[in-house]
Every structure is written in structure tokens, then in C-alpha cells.
Design a protein around this ligand. Structure first.
Ligand SMILES: Nc1ncnc2c1ncn2[C@@H]1O[C@H](COP(=O)(O)OP(=O)(O)OP(=O)(O)O)[C@@H](O)[C@H]1O
Length: 528
């Protein structure tokens, strides 16, 4: 559907065109008219399908430029997502001259206070820092007309419920409240009942929660073999831009250092880094200075980096929703992607819980052999050499070039360059990755036994934190060649667009999920 059919004004339509959007995505088509009409909306759609503009465009439409108060408040779980959302709104609101500001933890509060003096009409922020500003009275939200809780389920996972309640209590009761996420566990719907007025629940019917644009694989193997296996898979798959998710900050540190030692362009992103460092790493990734970002779930929500081709779950996430958001960093805005999840034999129930939630089977991937990896590395190096030829300035080194070409054949020279670029020896650099405590066995799980098939359709179980349920199992003879894909991937051509969003902070070893009293363990959760 065209944006012009949704009731938006010319200013905003012009900005949409400048932004390069042609048609509204399904979530935009369904929610924009409702939001414009002032309704409270719970919006659920797959990752990367344009939820930011779905709430952003009606907000921009409603902004009264003559009113100097904060009229819309958007609460985001992570700093990166808050920054990204503010950037998107700034771009879309530029023609209308809407002032958008962002506040988040880990950054100089005095600078933020200075920026807030411009009297923004839209404020985006992470819960902790927002509350800090509200308590200092540097942010006043008593005139807010629209409140957005973005990735609300993640904010609950991170233990932000109290902060959010405190923020909501300072907004006017007659406000409009919007809640958006790709995943909506039941607890979120309860939040809807508590803080929203007669909300309209818009769920974009996608057969599966994850996009068909992502080919999803898993590799079952022992913990101590995962690193070597992953680097071999890198050499074979040659990811253009990849995100590797690790369960803990230590894991992320060790993985990124190990990858660097083996010659990959990698850097780590987690909540113990300074905000300056976090921003730098993300900028390096976006500019392709590094092509492997190793991250905790801080990068899983909403981050919209163009051209992420691969997501590797070095550790399978403990809660299935995290999986959906992690792999949603690829396959965005209509692009294709690949995900590979490493799973230890005793974690197979977690894999099945993910499959229950996504209603999709992952394809077993056979680990690449050392030989395959070496061939892959040399092929990649050949591509690098071609690029070097394009960018090397010969005149400065002419005399050495003449001397070498006089002495050696083209074949000898090419082989030497190729071998140097491929740097095959680095593949053997020993890397020690500290063993993480294995995930606790899932309640109701069956410990990864193989073979056979049970009835499908298991779903989340309301209490006790377990995802039980029956799922079909694959036979153990099903593992096949590298990067081999299962046929059905391209079946759905449903329109989607996507890029990304956010997350931050401190770590908590284990937290009570505030929703409905069910206890879920999170090895590491970070927050602002
Ligand atoms: N109508 C549209 N046409 C083309 N591109 C769009 C459209 N709407 C949004 N986009 C682009 O699609 C990408 C994904 O959007 P966005 O980040 O809002 O997705 P999302 O649904 O919020 O994803 P996630 O659940 O991962 O947070 C962005 O790069 C955005 O600029």
C-alpha cells in the first residue's frame, strides 16, 4: 500500500520519499491509521519489517511545532537502539523541523542537559537515564501525548519494569501508549492491560516468527570444539558482515581476541565497554573496517546494520525469544541471510524450544574439514588479491617490481602473494576459550536424545518458565555438507524491509522475570 493512502500529511510524505521508502510494510499499513486516530496499539511483526517508522511516522505527524514541551517519549532497552531510533526520527522529521533528542546511560549527563535546552518535541531514551533526568527535573514528561515502549519484552527481561512504571506514572493518564516488538510473551500483554487503554493488538500474520529470508543451520558439537569449528565455517562461508553472539562478556572478549589472533577483522561489543568504545566498535562494523562483530545480546535487539550476511550463535541463547532477535539482525529489508547456531549435546532441548517458538526447523550443518577451510581461505585470499591489484600504486615500488618480475615467473609471484594474504599459518594459532557453565537442563526436556519423531506444536508453558512441548526430531543421519540449504527457504516472498535497533549496560547474573512470577535464568543480561 502507498504511504499516501494512510492519512499522512505532505511534509511527512516528502520525508518518506527522500528516505527512499516506496510502499508501506504490512505493520506500517495496519498500525499507522490506528495510531493517527489516537488509539493505543500493540504492534507485533517480524524483525526488520519497519516497526520504527510504524510508530515514528504518526508521532511526527502529531507533533505541534508551536508547543515547546516533550510531546512524544520513546523508551528503548539499549543505548544503541535509542541512538538509532532517534537518528531515524530525525531523518524522517527533518522537513517538518522536528527536534528529536536522545538520552542514554554511560554518556556525559551535562552534555545531555545542554542538548535538552533546545526543547525537543520528541525524546528517545533508555529507562535508567530517562528516570535520572526526570528526577533531576531536566526532563519534564507531564505533557507527553504519546509514549512508546519499544522492545517492551526485552525491557522486562532486563529488569526495567520498576523504572518503566516510574516513568509511566509521570506521564498524563490520557496519553496514547504504543508497544512494539517482534516477540510478545504473555507478560507483555499483561503490561498492555495495565498501562494501556483498550489497546488494539496488531499482529502481522507471518507463518513463522523468523523470516524465510534467513537460512537457519545448527551444528551440534562439544563445547571445546566450537571455536575451531566456527573459524573453519567462516573460511568456507566467507561472511561479508557477521555478528557472533556469545553468552557472557568474558566469552565475547575471548572470542574477539581469539578471532583477531587467527587473522580475522573482529571486535567485541558488550556492556562493560565504555560508551565511547561501544560507539566506536559499532561504527567500525558499519563502515566494514571490521567484518565480525562479537557481541552479547546487547546487539540483538533492533540493531539495523545494513548487509549483515551471517549471524553465528556461538552459544545458544537461553530464552527462545533472544534467538528470534539475534538472527533478525540479518535478512533485513528484503536481503537474504544465514544463521548458524552451535549447540552442545546437553543443550538440544534449548534448540527444540527455539524451533517450537519459531515453528521452523533448523538444518543440521556438517562442520567444515580443515581442508575445506584451507580451500575457502585461499579462495577468499584470491578475492583480496584482486582488490589489492585495483588499489596498489605501482610507481612508488616500480624498481622492486621490475627486479622481482625479472627473477621470478608470474606463477611464482602470484603463489607467494596468495599464500601471504591467505596467511594459512594463522589458522593454527592456539586459542583457549574458557569453558562456560553449561545451561541447566530444560524442565520437561529430554536431554537431546535422537531419532524418532513426536507430535509437533509444543508451545510456551504458562508457569515454571519452561518451554515444553512436543517437537519433531531429526534423525542423526541428517547432517550433510557445508552450507547446504534446505529447499523451502525461498518459499515465502512476503514483503519485508528491515535494518536494526539496540541494547546496553550492567550485568545481572540471574533475574526474576517480572512477568507473571515465572523464573527464568539469564546468564548475562545487560542494562543501562
Ligand atoms: N516502508 C519501508 N520501505 C523500505 N524500507 C523500510 C520501510 N520501513 C522501514 N524500512 C527500513 O527497514 C529497516 C528495518 O526497519 P526497523 O529497524 O524499523 O525494523 P524493525 O521491525 O523495528 O526490526 P527489529 O524487530 O529488528 O527491531 C530500516 O533500515 C528501515 O529504514
Amino acid at each position: 500500500m502507498k504511504f499516501s493512502e494512510l492519512g499522512l500529511s505532505q511534509d511527512i510524505l516528502d520525508a518518506i520519499t527522500t528516505h527512499g521508502y516506496v510502499e508501506a510494510t504490512p505493520i506500517q499499513e495496519k498500525t499507522i491509521p490506528l495510531t493517527l486516530a489516537g488509539r493505543d496499539v500493540i504492534g507485533q511483526a517480524q524483525t526488520g519489517t519497519g516497526k520504527t517508522a510504524a510508530f515514528g511516522l504518526p508521532i511526527l505527524e502529531h507533533i505541534d511545532l508551536n508547543n515547546k514541551n516533550i510531546q512524544a517519549l520513546i523508551v528503548s532497552p539499549t543505548r544503541e537502539l535509542a541512538i538509532q531510533t532517534a537518528e531515524e526520527l530525525k531523518k524522517l522529521g527533518r522537513d517538518k523541523r522536528v527536534d528529536v533528542q536522545v538520552v542514554f546511560g554511560g554518556a556525559d549527563i551535562r552534555r545531555q542537559i545542554q542538548n535538552l535546552k533546545s526543547h525537543p518535541q520528541i525524546l528517545v531514551g533508555t529507562p535508567g537515564r530517562l528516570l535520572d533526568h526526570i528526577n533531576r527535573k531536566t526532563v519534564k514528561i507531564d505533557n507527553v501525548r504519546t509514549l512508546v515502549l519499544d522492545e517492551a519484552d526485552e525491557m522486562l527481561n532486563m529488569g526495567f519494569l520498576d523504572d518503566i512504571e516510574a516513568i509511566i506514572s509521570k506521564t498524563p493518564a490520557e496519553r496514547q501508549t504504543l508497544l512494539f516488538s517482534a516477540t510478545m510473551p504473555p507478560a507483555i500483554k499483561r503490561i498492555g492491560v495495565k498501562f494501556m487503554t483498550n489497546p488494539e493488538h496488531i499482529q502481522i500474520e507471518a507463518k513463522e516468527l523468523t523470516t524465510d529470508l534467513v537460512d537457519q543451520y545448527f551444528v551440534r558439537m562439544r563445547e571445546n570444539e566450537k571455536f575451531d569449528t566456527m573459524t573453519r565455517i567462516f573460511d568456507v562461508q566467507a561472511p561479508k558482515l557477521a555478528i557472533v553472539f556469545g553468552r557472557t562478556k568474558r566469552r565475547v572478549e575471548e572470542l574477539s581476541r581469539g578471532l583477531e589472533a587467527r587473522g580475522y577483522h573482529a571486535a567485541g561489543l558488550h556492556g562493560d565497554l565504555t560508551q565511547q568504545m561501544r560507539s566506536r566498535v559499532l561504527a567500525q562494523f558499519k563502515s566494514h573496517e571490521i567484518n565480525i562483530l562479537v557481541a552479547t545480546d546487547v546487539a540483538a535487539r533492533g540493531l539495523d546494520v545494513k548487509d549483515v550476511s551471517h549471524v553465528y550463535n556461538f552459544d545458544i541463547p537461553q530464552d527462545p525469544e533472544s534467538y528470534v532477535h539475534r538472527i533478525g539482525r540479518t535478512g533485513r529489508a528484503g536481503a537474504k541471510g544465514v544463521s548458524v547456531t552451535f549447540v552442545a549435546p546437553n543443550e538440544m532441548d534449548y534448540l527444540r524450544a527455539v524451533e517450537d517458538l519459531t515453528k521452523k526447523r533448523m538444518t543440521p550443518l556438517e562442520p567444515a574439514s580443515l581442508k575445506d577451510a584451507r580451500i575457502g581461505k585461499i579462495n577468499n585470499a584470491a578475492g583480496e588479491v584482486a582488490k589489492l591489484i585495483d588499489t596498489t600504486e605501482v610507481s612508488e615500488i616500480q624498481s622492486q617490481v621490475d627486479a622481482l618480475t625479472a627473477k621470478y615467473s608470474a606463477e611464482q609471484l602470484a603463489a607467494a602473494v596468495l599464500s601471504s594474504v591467505a596467511d594459512l599459518e594463522k589458522q593454527n594459532t592456539p586459542v583457549e576459550i574458557t569453558r562456560e557453565r553449561p545451561l541447566p537442563r530444560r524442565k520437561g526436556g529430554n536431554g537431546g536424545s535422537r531419532g524418532g519423531s513426536r507430535n509437533g506444536g509444543g508451545r510456551r508453558n504458562g508457569g515454571g518458565g519452561g518451554y515444553r512441548g512436543n517437537r519433531e526430531r531429526r534423525g542423526n543421519g541428517d547432517t550433510r555438507g557445508n552450507d547446504r540449504r534446505r529447499g523451502s527457504g525461498a518459499a515465502s516472498s512476503e514483503r519485508r524491509f528491515g535494518d536494526y535497533k539496540r541494547r546496553d549496560g550492567r550485568s545481572t547474573e540471574s533475574r526474576r522475570n517480572s512477568s507473571g512470577g515465572s523464573r527464568r535464568e539469564f546468564t548475562v543480561r545487560e542494562k543501562d
